[in-house]
Write a protein of this length. Structure first.
Length: 133
């Protein structure tokens, strides 16, 4: 089992169990990552929106900086947040706040070595597939 196979196992295990796995945001957050061009696309969008230090902390091996729902809503745009809110049947503010709580953990789990892995698209596809089983 390779390093990234282990990371995928940890990611899916984390998503399917415990606080992250119990979150209704897990599946929609993974879909959001996929819709933004995968992990590199999402991270680039967040960096361009002024969240570069946040992104660096999520990818890095140290503690994760927190972000607010308002920061993510501004960075991702109202359409992305509206889609999540509609999909989950919750208010927009709750959607952006839930995503703000979960996204740093997901990015951290998907970058265990402190960098975006070369097979990030495969990891995302496999994690999404595991959630639908």
């Amino acid at each position: 089992m390779g390093l990234f196979d282990g990371a995928l196992g940890g990611l899916v295990s984390s998503m399917l169990g415990g606080a992250v796995g119990d979150s209704p945001f897990t599946g929609v957050a993974l879909q959001l990552i996929q819709q933004q061009g995968g992990l590199p696309g999402l991270l680039q969008k967040l960096q361009q929106a002024g969240l570069g230090a946040h992104v660096a902390s999520w990818v890095g091996t140290g503690p994760n900086m927190t972000t607010t729902g308002a920061q993510l809503a501004q960075a991702l745009g109202p359409q992305a947040i509206a889609q999540i809110a509609t999909q989950l049947g919750i208010p927009h503010a709750q959607a952006s706040d839930g995503l703000a709580a979960l996204l740093p953990q997901l990015v951290n789990q998907m970058t265990p070595a402190g960098a975006v892995p070369d097979n990030h698209a495969d990891l995302l596809t496999q994690a999404l597939g595991a959630l639908t089983r």
